[in-house]
Design a protein around this ligand. Structure first.
Ligand code: HEM
Length: 113
């Protein structure tokens, strides 16, 4: 398996991740109403900034999540699926960085109970 190197690979793993999210019994409902045509490029831009230093992400992560009622266990499930998606498709420094950063960011967004 290879590492994450291009924007196309990021778009591809974001699509695969959202397939899992949408089917998930616990947290799938948060994503059902989203317009994926505009949401997925934002998420891909976010990861492109973190993983391949590509400018473009202009959203506000904190605001996007503050209006959702998310529990600690919702975050654990989100992370489980994200880590699974990365591990199933890539290995290397960037893949590890994606896993590390997602865990750290989840901590900053995550409620305590
Ligand atoms: C329980 C966990 C999570 C749930 C249910 C969740 C759900 C959502 C939803 C519904 C949105 C759309 C908000 C809107 O447009 O109004 C969103 C946006 C977003 N989420 Fe999450 N999220 C979770 C955790 C995370 C984590 C840990 C990360 C990053 C490591 C992340 C990255 C993003 C990004 C980049 C956006 C786009 C924000 C923007 O610029 O508008 N999410 N999330």
């Amino acid at each position: 398996m290879k590492d994450i190197e291009t924007y196309t690979e990021i778009e591809d793993f974001v699509k695969k991740f959202y397939k899992k999210l949408l089917l998930d019994a616990q947290i799938g409902h948060f994503f059902q109403e989203l317009n994926l045509e505009s949401h997925l490029p934002q998420v891909a831009d976010f990861w492109a900034f973190i993983l391949i230093d590509q400018a473009g992400y202009s959203g506000n992560m904190m605001t996007a999540h503050s209006k959702l009622d998310l529990s600690k266990s919702d975050f654990e499930q989100w992370l489980k699926l994200f880590h699974e998606t990365i591990r199933e498709n890539f290995e290397g420094t960037k893949a590890s960085l994606a896993i590390e950063r997602s865990t750290l960011i989840a901590l900053t967004l995550k409620p305590k109970s």
